[in-house]
Write a protein that binds this ligand. Sequence first.
Ligand code: F0G
Length: 354
Amino acid sequence: MRTTWRGIVAEYAPFFGSPDPASVVTLQEGGTPLVPLDRIVRDLPVPLSLYAKIEGANPTGSFKDRGMTLAVSRAAARGARALICASTGNTSASAAAYGVRAGLRVFVVIPDGKISRGKLAQAIVHRATVIQVEGLFDQALAIVREVASTHPVALVNSVNPDRLEGQRSVAFEIVDQMGEAPDYHFLPVGNAGNITASWAGYNAYRAAGRMAGLPRMMGIQAEGAAPIVLGHVVEKPETVASAIRIGNPASWQGALDAARDSGGAISSVSDEEILEAYHLLSSREGIFCEPASAASLAGFLKRARAGAFSGGERVVCTLTGHGLKDPDAVFRSQPAEIRVPARKEEVLSVLGFS
Ligand code: F0G
């Protein structure tokens, strides 16, 4: 009996024209857990089925690996020698890891300061060349797009269609895990590639006869970085959710189309709402995601508390990245350990046994 998950290209080969699964550059990404959030549901006005798709369980700790396996496989097959991306951290971590497996040089261009330490560590440990620009993600992306169009380096941001094609696989898995599509799918929106890809995934799976109904796609931006909600570019995006601190998303239109065509919406949540969802997941459900990921749950909770659900709905929230990516987010908002002298009595007194 085969028990090992082989990665998204091999598992869903009919949905990927190339590469041959035998020659794919893979870390066996995908196959992530879909976990019920029953403790959080208990406090809601109406009972419904709420699940988290734990994308932090991917090999480099975020959903980016689903697209990276395909983008890097195809870039390598086309004879690329080097990869480049702009990133708020997760794309660069994934590109760095898959680049190593393909034997390619990797250049990552990141915005000033705001990259979380875990993500930066990943790019460095995989020997990527890390270039920090004194500017925002949006400027970094504009630069790498131009560089890749004139020089022999393959762009692996989500403007690369191979990335989005691979990221469709999250929808395939959700349908396989639930036996059907959910009624609502909430996910954080930054550059808007993931909502575009997830929607394309549901449609491809339905066209292949694997499911009937389609979910409403609910994209959630951070209030301080909500260009799609506001309808204009945000020059100085600001949010605690550094992964989605983006003022001019590349797949803006894709997000609008997904929301419109599915009967969903793009809305925003405050940093406080994001952090509340982040702490609910960690303290009530045992799930540690990074702040940007919790935007999906925050968006759901906001609607649920406003009475938007009648009960019985099936809801999935994508939790896009692992909490260990950004440990500083914990220490900024919670007290650290209790320090006592190294004596049993001291520990017992903390336990309440004194
Ligand atoms: N959640 C996390 C943890 C992310 O890293 C990102 C994007 C998103 C959500 C939003 O996804 O851009 O497809 O709408 N991170 C990119 C990066 C921008 O460079 O790692 P999106």
